[in-house]
Design a protein around this ligand. Structure first.
Ligand code: MGP
Length: 204
């Protein structure tokens, strides 16, 4: 008995008769990620609407193939209208200060004056997150790309703002990933809740 490349099995029983059966082809298995992630979208252009009114969970995924499909079709910041945000967060964590996992956290921020740079930094960050490239994966919440009239920006949200060593390590690694040489700053959500332009706590 032998199967050829097309999966056709040829059997030659003792009767001399040839029996040809078609075998099902094995389907390629999707590449599973370490964990599940969720894309979110927020459109903040509605005049007078409270923050988060339009924040929506869009799609959760846990394979490399789904990620590329979603990224190519939808989640490129250069496709965003003004005053809108894309988020990629660990599944189960909402991209809000109010989420219990984010509540004691903060964010590293970087600005970008060119759409192409924002797309590139966003993609590099997404791949680093889903590929679990940070040394403190448990401290990561997710990343936000924001398109604004003045300047676009990216923010990497983490859990334990008070853990300076962890934040500095994440900040250094993120700068390498997005290939940024300028200083980037870390602010605590608790400070941002109190005042809009709160002073940053760490920089790297
Ligand atoms: P921001 O978007 O984090 O600051 O918050 P930024 O980047 O200075 O401003 P932007 O206009 O360029 O987006 C701006 C404001 O949105 C805050 O001062 C809050 O009033 C509100 N806000 C932002 N976030 C992330 C939250 C949140 O998680 N929860 C709540 N309740 N309000 C938020």
């Amino acid at each position: 008995m032998a199967a050829n490349e097309a999966g056709i099995e040829v059997t030659a029983p003792t009767t001399g008769e040839l029996v040809v059966t078609e075998q099902p082809q094995p389907q390629p298995q999707p590449h599973k990620l370490e964990r599940k992630w969720t894309f979110w979208f927020d459109n903040q252009s509605k005049q007078g609407a409270a923050w988060g009114t339009c924040l929506r969970k869009v799609y959760s995924f846990d394979t490399v193939e789904e990620f590329w499909c979603l990224y190519e079709q939808v989640f490129k910041p250069s496709k965003l209208p003004g005053n809108a945000d894309f988020h990629l967060f660990k599944d189960g964590i909402e991209p809000k200060w109010e989420d219990p996992v984010c509540a004691s956290g903060g964010k590293w921020s970087v600005t970008s004056s060119r759409k192409a740079d924002l797309d590139t930094m966003w993609l590099e960050t997404l791949m680093a997150l889903i590929g679990e490239q940070f040394d403190e994966p448990d401290d990561i919440c997710g990343v936000v790309a924001s398109v604004r009239q003045r300047q676009d920006k990216l923010a990497l949200w983490t859990k334990a703002a008070a853990n300076e060593a962890a934040q500095m390590s994440i900040g250094r690694k993120w700068k390498e990933i997005i290939d940024v040489n300028d200083k980037i700053t870390y602010s605590f959500h608790d400070d941002s809740k109190r005042e809009r332009n709160a002073k940053s706590r760490y920089n790297v």
